[in-house]
Design a protein around this ligand. Structure first.
Ligand SMILES: N[C@@H](CCC(=O)N[C@@H](CS)C(=O)NCC(=O)O)C(=O)O
Length: 149
């Protein structure tokens, strides 16, 4: 992300932290703030390398023969990450509890398009419920939708 003053910020989670500054999406209570970081590290280490990259190989590269084995190998790790989310979402409405937070935004990003990486979400009822709940939040704008003026 390029700021108006020319400074650049990389890494999706750093960017959304910056954008969320001062909002209710960033918990101030220390344990909740640390849990947010835990979900963001989980996203980078246990979710994105499987789900986002499988989607990239399938959707953007057209699942070429040369990357089919890699694509297949990502399925197990992706389902492991989805199972972790399913367990948390069985216990709470959002990932940090009753309130929507940046943790949900972090993980909504690639989870809501996980089917494009070969991940069938029908077997994850809590994730499916959470995705619908997230999309129904005020101000939610679907990817590609034009903002209303
Ligand atoms: N840590 C970076 C990751 C960005 C990234 O590498 N995204 C993957 C998601 S698909 C990608 O572009 N992969 C390309 C590839 O697998 O070749 C962030 O979260 O901003």
């Amino acid at each position: 992300m390029l700021l108006a003053d020319g400074r650049a910020l990389s890494e999706s989670n750093a960017i959304i932290h910056y954008l969320a500054t001062g909002s209710d999406l960033l918990p101030s209570e220390p344990f909740a703030a640390a849990k947010l970081l835990a979900w963001q590290f989980f996203e980078q280490y246990s979710h994105e390398p499987y789900i986002a990259t499988a989607r990239f190989i399938n959707r953007y590269l057209g699942l070429p023969e040369a990357r089919r084995a890699e694509y297949a190998a990502k399925q197990q790790g992706g389902h492991k990450a989805l199972a972790v989310m399913e367990q948390q979402l069985a216990a709470s409405r959002f990932l940090l509890g009753d309130q929507l937070s940046l943790a949900d935004i972090t993980l909504y990003a690639y989870t809501h398009v996980a089917d494009e990486g070969g991940f069938e979400l029908a077997g994850y009822p809590q994730i499916s419920r959470w995705l619908a709940d997230f999309a129904a939040q005020p101000g939610h704008l679907a990817m590609g939708a034009a903002p209303s003026s």
